[in-house]
Ligand binder design. Structure first.
Ligand code: GTP
Ligand code: SPV
Ligand code: MN
Length: 590
């Protein structure tokens, strides 16, 4: 345990509030975790899967009303409303604490409070930060153990006087009307109540590593971003690193673990995964931007994950993995989800727990797995995990890529003119909403830097922070935007995506190396067709032209929407954004 007085004092206060029967410190030992797994199985909280086919794997089902992040119940409670800004829900801290304290009061009577010391980032890395999560859910303990570095080594690193993020989670009765996911950035505190779903309760992930960390980064001169990190190895054995920010369920895990098309694989191209969801970025002594992945596992979207689409992710889930809200194949106690293969199990338990004939059930258009069902897999299981995954200094970033789901408007790829224009490209991102958050799916909304749900302070200040960082990075990464999701008039994806995205990554790195020219358009640089490696693709010349084309009318409409979106920031909006909109307008009117 620890002599850290701040930890002990806070723990006593939280015990007095929640009134658990028992307090258990998580030490990170396999024996303790195994006992918890057994306990969770005995109470039905988890189901043990086929231990021959899926050793160390378990299944968990959440309540039907508790299957995704809840953005409308997520709050940033800063002293003033202006500090939280117009995008975040806000309430005065005193008022929110009073409201929450009533909900936590006695919430753990008859239950156990688990104390989870965890590190975001390798223990002891200069990038890393420590959190302590108190929870009454074994599911949370076991997931946190996969997703972060947990246990005694963290307490040692914290020492007697170290600071940490205070995280309190109580499951209660998962009442959606009293569900709150609340951040107090100025108090280093996160409070989550009435949920048991991933992003709402694994408080190291979105709550700490993005919302609190983005605030810390703004204060301390670094960045916390919703980005994958990958290393692309060329046939000479050189590895260059790329960060990419796509909104939830828009392809980060897939891109991070990409397997190149055959002809590129044969030439020696390869992708290494450093991270699939979150990057913490700092300026290195050489003036380059360096990134670490603060997480230790993947909390990935299950549906659509197959041997063909993402072999590496699927491999990662074959041992020591927790599956949430997928379907169970009752025949052999393995798992199934839409897109795994074309063969739904006949004897299946669908995600809500009903026993069904999977073939008949899916034939009627029902889904066996929830669209936001997930796997929690240790990063070390991934066959393409980067040798730099644990590097405490991080990896140097050559390119930053933004992207979203856009049926129209956004071309396959374009490059920003410079850092400041790149910030504008990120700030004007828009994407169709997905099942990763509760609410409507498929609605285009502005999602700057894929951070709309995750910036822990005023987004106008966040934009300014990006501009400020640009001034500190002597050798900044080049900035790009991609869109794998353009649709043709019949509603089919025009670009094959997945492994073939490697073709776009190679163009991006060629641009970083100054190896290829590009066409300057109204919105930035797009590829010359002949510079894209298109061999072996079933793609007509018209289709590729269309994918790279700029529809001026559509962009004029987008610009009008940008102006409307940015207007809500009033005088706080950085002048650079306004200038970039004016430049775009002038370009489109030329
Ligand atoms: P979060 O974990 O929510 O942050 O999601 P993510 O950004 O990691 O998305 P992920 O890679 O899990 O992909 C989400 C969905 O998009 C899956 O159903 C994928 O099959 C699909 N997808 C990923 N890449 C592509 C692509 O290149 N083209 C198409 N058409 N679909 C893709
Ligand atoms: C996302 O929604 O972006 C996720 C899953 O990565 S969650 O942990 O629920 O946020
Ligand atoms: Mn994510």
């Amino acid at each position: 345990m620890t002599n850290n007085k701040k930890v002990l004092t806070w723990l006593e206060e939280m015990k007095a509030l929640c009134k658990p029967d028992k307090v258990v410190w998580i030490d990170g030992s396999e024996a303790q975790l195994e006992a918890l797994r057994e306990e969770a199985v005995s109470t039905g909280e988890m189901i043990k899967l086929n231990q021959e086919k899926l050793p160390g794997c378990y299944y968990h089902r959440t309540a039907e009303n508790d299957v995704a992040r809840v953005e409308d119940r997520t709050f940033i409670c800063t002293e003033t409303e202006e500090e939280a800004g117009p995008i975040n829900n806000w309430m005065a801290p005193a008022e929110m604490y009073a409201k929450l304290n009533k909900l936590y009061d006695g919430s753990m009577v008859g239950r156990t409070m688990y104390v989870i010391p965890y590190s975001m980032g390798p223990v002891g890395s200069p990038f890393s930060k420590i959190g302590i999560e108190l929870t009454d859910s074994i599911y949370v303990v076991l997931n946190m153990d996969i997703m972060t570095r947990v246990g005694n080594s963290v307490l040692e690193a914290l020492g007697e006087d170290g600071d940490f993020v205070k995280c309190l989670h109580a499951k209660r009765d998962v009442n959606p009307d009293e569900r709150y996911i609340v951040h107090f950035p100025q108090d280093n505190t996160i409070m989550s109540v009435n949920s048991a779903y991933g992003g709402n309760v694994l408080l190291g992930k979105k709550c700490f590593a993005l919302r609190i960390a983005s605030y810390q980064g703004m204060k301390e001169g670094w960045m916390a971003e919703h980005m994958l990190i990958l290393g692309l190895e060329n046939p000479k054995g050189e590895v260059k690193y790329i960060c990419a920010a796509f909104p939830s369920a828009c392809g980060k895990t897939n891109l991070a673990m990409l397997i190149p098309p055959k002809f590129l694989k044969e030439q020696g191209y390869k992708v290494w995964t450093v991270g699939d969801d979150i990057a913490w970025l700092r300026v290195g002594e050489d003036g380059r931007l360096y990134a670490i992945n603060p997480e230790a596992g993947f909390f990935g979207v299950a549906p659509g994950t197959s041997e063909k689409s993402n072999f590496n992710a699927l491999e990662a889930t074959k041992k020591n993995t927790i599956f949430t809200n997928v379907a169970i194949n009752e025949e052999d106690m393995t798992v199934w989800w839409e897109g795994l293969d074309k063969n739904p199990p006949e004897k299946a338990t669908e995600w809500k727990g009903a026993h069904v004939n999977g073939k008949e059930y899916t034939a009627d258009g029902n889904k066996l797995a929830h669209p936001n069902s997930r796997f929690t897999a240790p990063a070390i299981n991934c066959p393409c995990i980067s040798p730099e995954f644990e590097n405490p200094q991080g990896v140097p970033i050559s390119a930053i890529v933004f992207g979203g789901r856009r049926a129209k408007t956004a071309p396959l790829v374009y490059q920003a003119r410079d850092w400041d224009h790149g910030v504008f490209v990120g700030a004007t991102m828009a994407s169709e909403t997905t099942a990763a958050a509760a609410g409507a799916v498929g609605v285009v909304r502005r999602d700057p830097m894929a951070m709309r749900p995750f910036v822990g302070y005023n987004m106008a200040d966040y934009f300014q922070h990006w501009y400020d960082m640009g001034k500190k990075i002597a050798n900044p990464p080049k900035i790009f935007n991609v869109n794998w999701f353009r649709l043709d008039d019949e509603g089919n994806f025009m670009w094959p995506g997945f492994g073939d995205n490697m073709r776009v990554l190679n163009w991006i790195l060629d641009r970083c190396d100054g190896k290829v020219d590009a066409v300057e358009t109204e919105i930035g640089f797009v590829p010359n067709k002949e510079d894209l490696q298109l061999e072996g693709l079933d793609l007509s010349d018209e289709a590729i032209t269309e994918l790279l084309s700029i529809d001026k009318q559509a962009w004029k409409e987008d610009l009008a929407n940008q102006r409307e979106f940015f207007a809500q920031f009033g005088d706080k909006l950085p002048k650079e954004i306004k200038d970039s909109m004016d430049t775009l307008e002038a370009n489109l009117n030329k």
